[in-house]
Design a protein around this ligand. Structure first.
Ligand code: GLN
Length: 480
C-alpha cells in the first residue's frame, strides 16, 4: 500500500522497520493531495502543497516525520491562519498555538496548507467558507459536515495522515461521522486553547481527526496537558491513552438516552446504531436506557451562549493591526470599522454577531443569556446523574448522514438542528468520540458517538477501540 493510505501508527512502525522513510511518506502525501484535492477541496491555499514534502525537524519524538494537517483557525507561526474568513485574509500569526508547538516537539511535520472550515467555525457543512465548500469524499455532491469539514474530508480521502480540528458544538464529531473517520472532542481543559482563534471560549476544544482510534490516542497523548498560557487548561496528569486500547468491554455499563432516539432521527441511522448496540452487547457490555431530560433545551441554549461569546470574541477584528481593511475612502474610524466588518464577515458570521449582541444587550441579558447559563447547568447535571451509575453513554453522532451541498443553506434552523446530538457535550464540558459504525443504502458513512464523564477519555478509547477492532468499518475507503 502507498504511504498516504496508511495510519500514523502503521507509518511509525514502517519507518522503524526501515520499510519506508519520512521523505517517502512526505512525497506520497504531496502527490495524493495534488491529485485528489482539486476534487475534494479539503485544503485551502493549495499553493503551499510543497510543504508536505519538507524534511522533518530534528526531534526524534513519536511523530517524527509524520505530516499533520491543521484547521485554518489554529495559529501557525508565519503561516496563513485565516479562519476561512475574508476579514483575516493575509494574517500570518507571529507565534504557534500550544498544540502546534507540542506537535513540532513530537517531530511532526506541520503542513503549510490548512484545512477548510466554516468561517470562524460557524456552521455544520463547511459551506460558510470564503474559499467555497469542501466536498464529501464518499459523494462529491454532499457536504463533509462542519465546521472541521476540511480536516475530516482530508483524512477520509487519504489526503491527510493525521488532522487537527476544533469542536464548539460538534465541529469535530459531526464531520468525522459524515466522512467515515474518527474524531474526538476532549474534556474542556484537557487540551490548551492557546492559539486557537476563539469562537465561544467556554465551549471550544481542539481535538484529533484520524483514520482509527489508535491514531486518535497517539495524537491525544501529544496535544493534551496543562498550559500556563491557557488559564482554563487543567493541571491534571495525562495518562498514556494507548494503554486504554484494551479490546475489552466486558461488564461495562453503557447508557442509551431515549431523548436521542426521537423524531428527526433518520430510520436508517437508527437501525445502524441499534446494530452497534447489539455488537457491544455481544462483546460483553451491558447497554441500558437512561434519561437526559434537559436534552431538548440544548440547541436553544447553545445558540444563545455560543453567539453571545462569539459576538464578543469577534469584536477584536477591527482592521487596525492585521487582516482585511476596506479599500474604500472613509471619513473616520467608525466608518472604517463599519465598512471593513461589513465587507469582511460572511452572512453567517454577521447573523451570529447580531444574535449574540442582542442576547447580551441591556434588558435582554437576564431573559436570555443568564437563563441559558442556568439551563446549561441543568444539562450538565443530567450527565452527572447518569455517570454515577454508567461508564459511558452511546448515541448517534448526527441524526442523518451527509446531506447535499446547498440543501440547508437557506434554512439556518435546519442547519442548526444537524448538531442536536453533539451540542450537549460542549455545554457540559465532557469528552466524546465519534467513530464509523456503518453505511446508509447510498453508501454514506454513519457515526457512533460515545460520551464519558470529565477526563474519561480513556473509557472512550477503550469502548471505541473494542468496537472498531471487532468491525471492519474503518477499513472501507471511498472510491475517488
Ligand atoms: N455547527 C455548530 C455551530 O455552527 C458547531 C460548530 C462548531 O463546533 N464549531 O455553531
Amino acid at each position: 500500500m502507498p504511504e498516504f493510505q496508511l495510519t500514523a501508527h502503521e507509518l511509525i512502525e514502517q519507518v522503524n522497520n526501515k520499510n519506508t522513510t519520512v521523505q517517502k511518506i512526505a512525497e506520497s502525501l504531496k502527490k495524493r493531495i495534488l491529485e485528489t484535492d482539486p476534487k475534494v477541496k479539503a485544503y485551502v491555499r493549495l499553493e503551499h502543497a510543497q510543504s508536505a514534502s519538507k524534511p522533518a525537524g530534528e526531534s526524534s519524538g513519536i511523530l517524527k516525520g509524520i505530516p499533520v494537517s491543521i484547521k485554518d483557525n489554529i495559529c501557525t507561526d508565519g503561516i496563513n491562519t485565516e479562519c476561512c474568513s475574508k476579514i483575516l485574509s493575509g494574517f500570518k500569526p507571529p507565534y504557534d498555538a500550544t498544540v502546534i508547538k507540542k506537535l513540532k516537539d513530537a517531530g511532526a511535520t506541520i503542513l503549510e496548507l490548512k484545512t477548510n472550515m466554516d468561517e470562524f467555525a460557524f456552521g455544520s457543512s463547511t459551506e460558510n467558507s470564503c474559499f467555497g465548500p469542501t466536498r464529501n469524499p464518499w459523494n462529491l455532491e454532499c457536504v463533509p459536515g462542519g465546521s472541521s469539514g476540511g480536516s475530516a474530508a482530508a483524512v477520509g480521502a487519504d489526503e491527510a495522515i493525521l488532522a487537527i480540528g476544533s469542536d464548539t458544538g460538534g465541529s469535530i464529531r459531526q464531520p468525522a461521522s459524515f466522512c467515515g473517520v474518527v474524531g474526538m472532542k476532549p474534556t474542556y481543559g484537557r487540551v490548551s486553547r492557546y492559539g486557537l482563534i476563539a469562537f465561544a471560549s467556554s465551549l471550544d476544544q481542539i481535538g484529533p481527526l484520524t483514520k482509527d482510534t489508535r491514531d486518535a490516542a497517539i495524537l491525544m497523548n501529544v496535544i493534551s496537558g496543562h498550559d500556563p498560557m491557557d488559564s482554563t487548561s487543567v493541571d491534571a496528569p495525562v495518562p498514556d491513552y494507548t494503554k486504554a486500547l484494551t479490546k475489552d468491554v466486558k461488564g461495562l455499563k453503557i447508557g442509551v438516552p431515549k431523548e436521542y432516539f426521537v423524531e428527526g432521527l433518520d430510520p436508517q441511522v437508527k437501525t445502524i446504531i441499534e446494530e452497534a448496540i447489539n455488537k457491544l452487547k455481544s462483546l460483553g457490555a451491558e447497554c441500558k436506557p437512561v434519561q437526559l431530560p434537559h436534552t431538548k433545551y440544548a440547541v436553544p441554549v447553545y445558540y444563545i451562549i455560543a453567539t453571545a461569546e462569539a459576538s464578543s470574541n469577534l469584536a477584536r477584528f477591527d482592521a487596525v493591526q492585521y487582516g482585511y481593511r476596506t479599500a474604500e475612502r472613509v471619513k473616520n474610524l467608525i466608518e472604517m470599522y463599519c465598512k471593513t466588518r461589513g465587507e469582511g464577515f460572511g452572512d453567517e458570521a454577521k447573523r451570529r454577531i447580531i444574535l449574540g449582541t442582542f442576547a447580551l444587550s441591556h434588558g435582554y441579558y437576564d431573559a436570555y443569556y443568564l437563563r441559558a447559563l442556568k439551563v446549561r447547568t441543568m444539562i450538565k447535571q443530567d450527565f452527572d446523574q447518569v455517570f454515577k451509575e454508567f461508564d459511558c453513554i452511546l448515541t448517534p453522532t448526527s441524526p442523518t448522514a451527509a446531506f447535499k451541498i446547498g440543501e440547508k443553506t437557506n434554512d439556518p434552523l435546519k442547519m442548526y438542528l444537524s448538531d442536536i446530538y453533539t451540542i450537549s457535550v460542549n455545554l457540559a464540558g465532557i469528552p466524546a468520540i465519534s467513530l464509523p459504525c456503518g453505511f446508509t443504502k447510498n453508501s454514506l458513512p454513519v457515526g457512533l458517538q460515545l460520551l464519558a464523564k470529565p477526563f474519561g477519555e480513556e473509557m472512550l478509547f477503550r469502548v471505541a477501540h473494542t468496537y472498531e477492532q471487532n468491525t471492519e468499518w474503518h477499513k472501507i475507503k471511498p472510491k475517488l
